[in-house]
Design a protein around this ligand. Sequence first.
Ligand SMILES: Cc1cc2nc3c(=O)[nH]c(=O)nc-3n(C[C@H](O)[C@H](O)[C@H](O)COP(=O)(O)O)c2cc1C
Length: 236
Amino acid sequence: MSLSTSVFNQPGWYTALEQAVTQHSNSSLFQLATVDDAGDPHVRSLIHRAFLVSPSSPSLPLLVTSTDIRTPKIRHIVHANIVELTWWINATLDQFRISGMAYVFAAPEHSISTSRATLGCPGIKALEVAGIDWEAKRRELFDAVSEQMRATWCRPAPGSPLKNGYGEMNDWPARVPKLSEAKTEKEKQLAELALSNYAIIVIEPLRVDWLQMAIKPNRRTFTREGSEWKEEEVVP
Ligand SMILES: Cc1cc2nc3c(=O)[nH]c(=O)nc-3n(C[C@H](O)[C@H](O)[C@H](O)COP(=O)(O)O)c2cc1C
């Protein structure tokens, strides 16, 4: 097993992942694992929404996804914000297994927005030093999704029973505009409700296990140490 140590401006795994996601529109799905307060694991599919890179620390990219503040994954992350995700890119035959720290940025009225410490997360720290406005980023991503997607955050809490069966869903709003484009009082109320339930999850990668299946024999590298990337070639 060879060990090569190198400092990249941007780590090789990120260059490959960013390129794959940009070039292949169906490559935005990954599976995120969290643990609950009993220590039990939970995994689910999530859509990647954005990469965030501080100009002062281009080697420390962050991943952003979004969810409903009322879902169990939020409680898991608040309890234990160490997470792992696996991201299979079918177009390039790459698997990225990324472990890191997750932070929830919710509407200011939710107390979890403030209960976070970014100790050990130099990528998030660098963005904060550069003056990122997390609430503005949350609203920007909220505005970027479809009206149908926004409507999902106006439903009853995810996972709660449908007491009157599937027919109950006919009463739910099908489309919700951005707050800035709400024309009626009803639309404004729905947009505010959706925005209140909408949260972004920002993940700072700490270790990346990158398996390249397109190359024969397959290649596998395992990277990260401190705020610089150390790339170790390992047996696939
Ligand atoms: C293709 C696909 C994409 C999904 N994207 C998201 C997403 O971006 N955000 C989200 O909260 N749930 C998404 N879901 C639903 C989650 O997988 C999950 O069922 C839901 O968030 C509840 O998760 P939890 O109970 O573990 O919190 C997606 C499901 C599928 C099948």
